[in-house]
Write a new protein. Structure first.
Length: 396
């Protein structure tokens, strides 16, 4: 856990708004799971949750799920080994697959009949055989339904540059009911077994995204985390006796590793409501399902100027929209201009999902922390007016 004085150091030396990502915490999450999982169960990191954690987690080493040419480029820059990469995503174009194959990537998901054709044509062009994991759809735009899978496998001979090694299944995030997860795992194993029998295959991989929940809000109690997780682990370990299990995790590994720091820039009372305006906002703070203002996120007041008396306040951001409300009527120590607020468990998605270009405000700085190296400025503030206008150079 990052000492609070480090957060104050960030605010004083680097400024706000800023994200601080705890590399140790992300690795500890993996280690805690591995203590209970069978040794042949593989944890795969979905780097879309937070690419800033990819380097550290790749060195454990974890396989990385990559979903775009941009994420592949990040892996190249980080010198992630090609055999650690699973190239996924609903949109795979020929040139993108070609780039990945030439980079040495040999494992791909397949989400449509067209993707199967693209993978085959590109692998054939490069005279390589690649491994393919078919993604089972859960009724949305992602993946293949069973009919499409059967259509592909019925003519598997034409896919002589593809080796079908298993199925992938992911139905969403913040899964709080163990029964649903257990049913999904069973369905995945049953379908894979049936396809193996019907088409004389030897698929062994079950790649599953359990969508394990994260506690984002004050007084939130999730049974899945506190009571049901051992039952999930027990089922995974049992399945691993017969299958190669890959658990695809993103949010669960990244969330607790992130804190967002923002400074109070104004306080006021309007029609009996006390407001605090911060220098960040909903362009940077994104919680699961974009639940804003209705629940109380995990917040702490870091500034020593805050007094002890609790006072209800509505915290809003700097955007010119009535939607920029972080939380309503939260009781905190009475806030003053210049106080620093820390929003915790924000390590997943906020750094990429926010509406960063709105109002042409600067993108936050990003710092990494580890006990070994301390604080490291990984990305400085970025002016977005250049992106919104095509302007170049500093005109401010």
């Amino acid at each position: 856990m990052i000492p609070q004085d480090k957060y104050r150091q960030v605010a004083q030396e680097y400024g706000t708004p800023a994200y601080v990502f705890d590399l140790d915490e992300a690795e500890n999450r993996v280690a805690e799971l591995k203590k209970h999982l069978a040794s042949n169960v593989t944890i795969c990191y979905a780097m879309k949750a937070n690419a800033f954690l990819a380097e550290r987690l790749s060195k454990i080493p974890l396989p990385l799920e990559v979903c775009s040419p941009g994420e592949l480029a990040i892996c190249k820059q980080l010198k992630v080994r090609a055999e650690q990469i699973i190239y996924s995503g609903v949109n795979k174009q020929h040139d993108e697959v070609l780039e990945a194959i030439r980079a040495g990537v040999r494992e791909y998901t397949c989400e449509s009949i067209q993707q199967a054709e693209t993978l085959q044509a590109t692998a054939s062009q490069e005279k390589v055989v690649i491994s393919v994991i078919m993604r089972l759809s859960c009724g949305n735009q992602f993946g293949l339904d069973e009919k499409a899978m059967i259509k592909i496998l019925a003519r598997k001979k034409r896919y002589d540059h593809l080796t079908f090694i298993g199925l992938q299944y992911y139905t969403g995030t913040q899964h709080c009911r163990i029964k649903i997860i257990q049913e999904e795992l069973s369905r995945l194993a049953t379908l894979t077994k049936e396809l193996n029998r019907r088409f004389d295959l030897h698929m062994r991989r079950l790649e599953y995204g359990p969508g394990l929940p994260v506690e984002y809000f004050k007084d939130e109690h999730i049974d899945m985390l506190h009571h049901d997780l051992p039952f999930f682990i027990e089922q995974v370990n049992e399945l691993s006796k017969d299958w190669e299990i890959f658990l695809e995790l993103g949010r669960y590994l990244a969330s607790a590793a992130g804190t967002y720091l923002s400074k109070v820039v104004d306080v006021k009372t309007t029609e009996d409501t006390d407001y605090a305006i911060i220098d960040g906002g909903i362009n940077h703070i994104v919680y699961t399902g974009q639940i804003m203002s209705m629940k109380v996120p995990l917040i702490s007041v870091l500034s020593s100027k805050a007094v002890a008396d609790d006072k209800a306040v509505t915290i809003c951001g700097s955007l010119c929209t009535a939607a920029d409300v972080i939380v309503r009527n939260v009781c905190l120590a009475e806030l003053k201009t210049g106080d620093i607020l820390a929003f915790h468990n924000i390590g997943a998605y906020s750094v990429t999902e926010g509406i960063y270009l709105f109002l042409s405000r600067k993108m936050p700085a990003v710092l990494l922390y580890s006990t070994e190296k301390g604080l490291l400025l990984k990305r400085d503030f970025i002016d977005t007016y250049q992106i919104n206008s095509g302007m170049k150079g500093d005109v401010i």
